[in-house]
Structure formats: C-alpha cells, structure tokens
Design a protein around this ligand. Structure first.
Ligand code: CUA
Length: 158
C-alpha cells in the first residue's frame, strides 16, 4: 500500500518535470526561430502595396521618435523595393521590411542586419549607418530561380 503511494508521487513528479522540460524547450525554440526584435507586427501579405508604411517604400524623415529616418523595404520574387537607396551618414534608421510572396532573406553585408522576411510579418531593426559607402542587401533564403539575382543597395553618403 505504501509503495504504491510513493510510486504515484514519483510518477506525478516525473510527469511534472517532463512538462516543465518540454515547455522550456518549446519556448527557447520559438525564440531562436524569431530574431528579436523582429516579427512582432503583422501585415496582410496580399495587401502590402496598400498598407502603410509599405505603400510608400523608401527613406522617410520622421520626427519625435528614437530614430531619425524610417527605411521601408518590400521584398518579392526576385527584387527589393527600393532597389537602390541613399541614406545620410550617421543617421539613425529604423529599417522596416516585409515580403509579398515567399520567405526572403534581408542581409545587409558589412552590418549586423540579417533578417528573415516571412509573409504576413513585419521585420524591424534600428541601426546607425556610421560609415560611408555602399552596402549590398542580399537574399540569403532560397526563394526560387531568381534567388541569386535578388539584391538591393544602400548608399551611405555624407
Ligand atoms: Cu529572395 Cu532568395
């Protein structure tokens, strides 16, 4: 009778520990898959062209925010809009990006910007371009036959 009771306690404890373990595993897998602070907001991928701010891609000066400019990108097979953009040297820029079709990468060579654009989600990252020059934007997620041609350029100018 007593042994049976102990078995029950240990069984309960064991299952409890397993649940905690799986929860921790699941939560950490979720965070690894989503690069913070990206993917917090959503957008209808079929209405990207008519949804602000994606209805006006490109660089925009903003007031009263922690950043000076917003740089909006729309990705689709196999290009980014804008295809080429100028950013003033030293500007603190919030990059806002999404995709209209499939998953695309958004890596800015020579910076720490490396995002995965997923249909339905908005990726955002704040960065300061403090070195003049040309920065290539690359798609690093395979997205189809034109994947290797999918690039854009940020020109940081004084
Ligand atoms: Cu877009 Cu690869």
């Amino acid at each position: 009778m007593h042994i049976h009771k102990f078995e029950k306690i240990w069984l309960t404890f064991g299952i409890g520990a397993l649940i905690v373990f799986l929860t921790v595993l699941g939560v950490s897998a979720f965070y690894v898959g989503n690069q913070p602070p990206s993917c917090l907001a959503t957008v209808n991928p079929e209405k990207v062209d008519t949804t602000a701010p994606f209805d006006q891609p490109g660089l925009k000066k903003v007031e009263g925010k922690d950043w000076d400019y917003e740089l909006v990108f729309v990705a689709q097979a196999f290009a980014y809009t804008p295809g080429d953009v100028e950013v003033p040297l030293g500007a603190k820029v919030k990059v806002i990006a999404t995709t209209k079709d499939v998953i695309h990468g958004f890596q800015v060579a020579g910076t720490n910007i490396n995002m995965m654009l997923t249909p339905g989600y908005i990726n955002e990252i704040v960065t300061t371009f403090d070195k003049a020059g040309e920065y290539l934007i690359l798609c690093n997620e395979y997205c189809g036959t034109g994947h290797h041609m999918m690039t854009s350029k940020i020109r940081v100018v004084e």
